[in-house]
Design a protein around this ligand. Sequence first.
Ligand SMILES: Nc1ncnc2c1ncn2[C@@H]1O[C@H](COP(=O)(O)OP(=O)(O)OP(=O)(O)O)[C@@H](O)[C@H]1O
Ligand SMILES: [Mg+2]
Length: 288
Amino acid sequence: MRAGIVKPDFAAAAAMPAFTKADTVGEPLLELRGIRKTFGAVTALDGLDVAVHPGELVTVVGPSGCGKSTLFNIVAGLEEPDVGGTIRYAGRSVLATDLLGQVSFMPQRDLLLPWRTVVDNAILAIEVEGTPRKEARAQAMAMLPQFGLAGFENQYPQQLSGGMRQRVALMRTFLFKRDLMLLDEPFGALDALTRTLMQRWLLDVWEQHKRTVLFITHDVDEAIFLGDRVLAMSARPGKVKLALDVKLERPRRHDLVTDPAFIGLKRQLLDAIEEESLKSFDLQKAPS
Ligand SMILES: Nc1ncnc2c1ncn2[C@@H]1O[C@H](COP(=O)(O)OP(=O)(O)OP(=O)(O)O)[C@@H](O)[C@H]1O
Ligand SMILES: [Mg+2]
């Protein structure tokens, strides 16, 4: 057992949606078709198709600037794509703005408020939603051990390590109970060892909660280790260049990265994204 992290009892998880793998053959929870998004002269996304089934953990990799965060901003309802594409969520055709508040979202930067304690940062989203503070705090307190934060409830963000800050931000995202969770490079700022521990911890939590997750990362190993499917995006304008099914058994063992099947997947993925990264590098030299 890792220091500071105890196995959850998941009493709090009982109220959460429980999907089974059988659901992955049915209708997607989220389906984007032909999505395009321009910012002035910059086309961030073009021809983007994504489908995520209930209970899946789908990881997204792609060169810097290819539109990954833009994709998340659309699914979180913060940006509307250009006209022409379609978005379906839970079986209904929707506008991006209809999704505002319907999905839980951990943005690329952790956005912890320095004047709020751990517990009050964790409850921010549900408090804004209208949960009374006392009740919200009780929910957060029950989740603290599972997130390795027991005893730290009254600390402020600046008193925490990077890994702990990430867990507070993740806890906020988990507390905001929605069927779909968007995590934008949640472990991006962590050292390699902490990152590996956090990946295994996230899988433990996800396998218990069975939330549907879209997870952005720059790390190909992380994408395969966590994902049921990896989406590799093209250089800007971004679209899905390769969707790779990861049929490696769960729970994922920590030594999986040396497994020949893992290495085979990694080779396919690296081949797909190497060319895109080079294109993206050229784009940065001469922006369109
Ligand atoms: N609000 C905005 N206004 C103008 N341009 C934007 C805006 N948001 C994103 N862009 C542009 O869209 C493109 C995609 O940006 P985005 O942040 O989605 O990339 P990303 O794939 O998340 O990159 P990174 O891996 O570096 O986080 C970039 O060229 C960026 O400058
Ligand atoms: Mg980004």
